[in-house]
Ligand binder design. Structure first.
Ligand code: ZN
Length: 313
């Protein structure tokens, strides 16, 4: 099978996370104090990007130097260590406390943009940095209090752990596994329309969260049956995509259908149908087929569909 995943957004990170050294507080302090360090300001989940906000112009993450960062946001802003690019330490800094982040040192240098909107305009390795920063910051924003005793927690190991000073509980950044699957049967695949995108004619793969005590294969079969009433047998892994909204891991699979009759749940999925391979190939070539749209190119859903269509391509 061809694995066409080279441009899968949020993968292909080039930073060395140096996870074996993050427990060393002195080493981390030295990295943060290094004049070469680069810091990504994040404001209310949005990354700082160089240049003006208008436009479809290609841009880059606004990685600022430590001197500039010092004057941006509260003194004790949440920071996370992302990793090393060669000898250059990278951090992210949450300045959400500011009511307007483009006053002061950042004025005129760049802008903040929703992560999803920024994806097509960033180089792929920077999308991976953004994904890591956004997932960690979202986790910190939601875990300020201990899940065991309710006391305020504090960030440790430069944002890779939170510790409860009251009861001693340690809390680690979460990644929530979700399955995303293309159901196939013979020379056809099954796609559905999600209620969240009801305004468009976008047909995509099915998806859902893995539940506690469930394997990936079991989650795939349960979700497919729940959403479209089709039983599936063979499940094969394709590729995974970190999806920092807020901190999921999308596990992409192919699932072979055991039947063809569709019974939609009507909740999450408002329509579903079988598409033959020729139709999918035509839509991928840009031809119109009943106005059907496929998912955006940076999502693993698109790669699952395109990879399947390529087999006879
Ligand atoms: Zn506690």
């Amino acid at each position: 099978m061809i694995h066409r995943t080279a441009s899968l957004a949020f993968t292909g990170a080039t930073l060395d996370r140096a996870s074996e050294r993050r427990g060393d507080a002195a080493w981390l302090r030295a990295q943060r104090a290094d004049a070469k360090a680069r810091i990504l300001p994040m404001w209310r989940s949005m990354p700082f990007l160089w240049g003006p906000a208008d436009a479809g112009a290609v841009t880059e993450l606004g990685l600022i130097d430590p001197e500039t960062a010092k004057a941006v946001g509260p003194e004790r802003a949440q920071e996370v260590f992302l990793g090393l690019e060669g000898a250059v330490p990278h951090f992210a800094r949450d300045i959400s406390a500011l009511s307007y982040p483009l006053d002061g040192p950042l004025a005129g240098l760049g802008h903040f943009r929703e992560a999803r909107e920024a994806l097509p305009f960033l180089p792929l390795p920077q999308v991976a940095i953004l994904g890591q920063a956004k997932a960690l910051m979202s986790w910190h924003a939601a875990h300020g209090f201990c899940a065991r005793c309710g006391a305020g927690t504090r960030s440790e190991e430069s944002g890779h752990r939170r510790l409860c000073p009251a009861c001693g509980a340690e809390h680690f950044p979460r990644t929530d596994p979700a399955v995303i699957m293309l159901v196939t049967g013979g020379d056809r695949c099954l796609l559905g329309r999600n209620r969240r995108f009801a305004a468009s004619l976008t047909y995509s793969t099915l998806a859902g969260f893995v539940e506690p005590g469930e394997s990936i294969e079991e989650a795939v079969r349960r979700e497919v049956f729940e959403e479209v009433g089709v039983r599936t047998g063979d499940v094969r892994y394709f590729a995974a995509q970190p999806w920092p909204f807020p901190y999921s891991l999308m596990i992409g699979c192919y699932a072979r259908a055991l039947g063809t009759e569709i019974v939609i749940d009507g909740e999450e999925i408002i329509a579903a149908r079988w598409f033959d391979r020729e139709t999918i190939q035509a839509i991928l070539r840009g031809e119109d087929r009943d106005g059907v749209k496929l998912p955006r190119h940076d999502a693993i859903a698109f790669h699952l569909i395109a990879n399947w269509a390529d087999l006879e391509g």
